[in-house]
Design a protein around this ligand. Structure first.
Ligand SMILES: Cc1cc2nc3c(=O)[nH]c(=O)nc-3n(C[C@H](O)[C@H](O)[C@H](O)COP(=O)(O)OP(=O)(O)OC[C@H]3O[C@@H](n4cnc5c(N)ncnc54)[C@H](O)[C@@H]3O)c2cc1C
Ligand code: HEM
Length: 399
């Protein structure tokens, strides 16, 4: 329980954090990676280079400071962070390391404004937050371990086969090396691979693209230009390759038992979790519209698999849009998913669950359109293949 004085001091530092939040988190990561290289392997360095991870951490710390007297306001933010930490295998012993570097960064950036009193209040507040996270993460680890076929930590899986899905996407079918059962997962969840690439441990998340209750797992990976893990998988992971895998995690999921029409809107490789959701929902008879944007037939993955589900289930429909079709391509739509087009796909009452995933500009455009068409924000779920960002239009800066 935090003292009233700690709460007051932490709240009073919100304006300073607002002004310096990202500077503090940049300084924090520099310190963390310099002084504790052993935790660097948990972080994706391209998210650092893009600044998205610093923003996500700065936003989280700010939200915490601003709501320290009513932590229930953070209820929406905590599960995502907990799932992300648990997916990557963050452990209680990492928290004091992160806490020490965060306090040191606050000291360095705020200078003399960071009095001993402020640092002591933050140390206490950080300890309270770390306790919330470690307890919630332990619950996830225990649940994942205790479910039928479940496990904790890394488990070796064998690449059973690989399948080319498009010019850029390849699927890897994984079975556990011990040939024992594996747990079902929630459609939309992802695995974390712990890869050893050129002697460096590298952790990456990959959505499960198969139906949620198959005998093995399937991930489908896009080869990213200059990307470390995706190129390694495409070039090195062949049948028989062993991969260390952490259990399925994630809260961008399709809860069971919902009857509302489901609209899955994806661009590029963003279709992977939607494919798993499509498999799960189609078998229940739920109305599903699978709307997918790709550059053209060369980059379009899983067309045959989706079409087979459309043919098999009367309640499933689909639409493919190509913005750079090849001469021989015959997509349903040439160009982007406009507001007008989306209006034709949505039921008149707009009473749908809509899941959105793709490149950020694509998601921003679709998000704006569906809001304009009257889908309520609470029914729109979106995911980033990286730290969470906002799809809201940036506020116009005051001059
Ligand atoms: C929840 C979740 C689910 C995901 N599911 C999938 C999925 O189903 N399929 C899929 O393909 N991907 C998925 N991803 C993305 C995946 O985890 C990887 O981020 C992706 O494969 C790229 O990793 P990489 O190691 O190949 O590229 P990275 O090495 O991380 O590089 C990514 C890009 O950044 C550039 N870059 C790297 N380092 C720097 C630097 N220092 N400065 C500037 N630029 C740099 C690279 O050139 C490259 O273009 C998912 C991510 C998340 C978070
Ligand atoms: C109270 C302390 C902490 C807070 C507030 C915090 C907050 C966050 C937030 C907001 C994200 C982004 C989630 C997303 O949207 O994807 C994140 C991701 C992450 N966190 Fe933490 N975190 C804390 C402690 C830790 C600790 C102790 C570790 C251990 C090393 C850690 C490792 C990570 C990693 C590896 C990621 C993913 C980074 C990436 O995508 O590259 N965090 N955290």
């Amino acid at each position: 329980m935090l003292t009233a004085q700690t709460i007051a001091i932490v709240k009073a530092t919100v304006p300073a954090l607002q002004a310096h939040g990202e500077h503090i988190t940049r300084c924090f990561y520099d310190l963390l990676f310099r002084e504790h290289p052993e935790v660097q392997a948990f972080f994706n360095q391209s998210h650092q280079a893009a600044g998205t991870q610093q923003r996500a951490l700065a936003d989280a710390v700010l939200a915490y400071a601003a709501n320290i007297d009513r932590l229930e306001a953070l209820a929406n933010a905590v599960p995502r962070i907990v799932q992300k930490h648990a997916a990557l295998g963050v452990l209680p012993e990492h928290y004091p390391i992160v806490g020490k570097c965060l306090l040191q960064a606050i000291r360095e950036v705020l200078g003399s404004a960071a009095t001993e009193e402020i640092i002591a209040a933050w140390a206490e507040a950080y300890g309270a937050l770390a306790k919330i996270f470690t307890a919630a993460e332990e619950t996830v680890y225990r649940t994942n371990e205790r479910r039928s076929g479940g496990w904790r930590g890394v488990r070796p899986f064998v690449v059973a086969r690989r399948e080319t899905e498009s010019e850029v996407i390849t699927s890897f079918y994984l079975r556990p090396q011990d040939d024992r059962p594996i747990p079902a997962f929630e459609p939309g969840q992802y695995l974390t691979l712990v890869l050893d690439i050129d002697g460096q441990s590298t952790r990456r998340n990959y959505s499960l693209s198969c139906a949620p209750n198959t005998a093995g797992y399937r991930i489908s990976v896009k080869r990213e230009q200059g990307g470390k893990a995706s190129n390694w998988l495409h070039d090195q992971a062949t049948p028989g390759t062993l991969l260390n895998v952490l259990p399925p995690c994630g809260e961008f999921v399709l809860p069971p038992g919902n009857e509302r029409p489901l609209v899955l809107v994806t661009g590029g490789v963003g279709l992977t979790p939607a494919l798993s959701m499509l498999h799960a929902a189609a078998s229940t008879g739920r109305r599903v519209d699978f709307i997918h944007a790709a550059r053209n037939s060369r980059t379009h993955a899983f067309a045959r698999e989706v079409d087979a589900l459309v043919d098999k289930h009367a309640a499933v429909t689909r639409l493919y849009a190509y913005d750079e079709p090849l001469h021989e391509d015959q997509p349903d739509v040439v160009g982007r998913l406009t507001t007008q087009l989306l209006a034709q796909r949505l039921p008149a009452d707009r009473n749908v669950d809509l899941y959105l995933l793709g490149p950020k500009p694509f998601m921003q455009q679709v998000y704006r359109s569906v809001l304009e068409l009257g889908v309520v924000p609470a029914r729109i779920r979106y995911e980033f293949f990286g730290p969470l960002e906002s799809l809201e239009a940036p506020a116009v800066a005051a001059v």
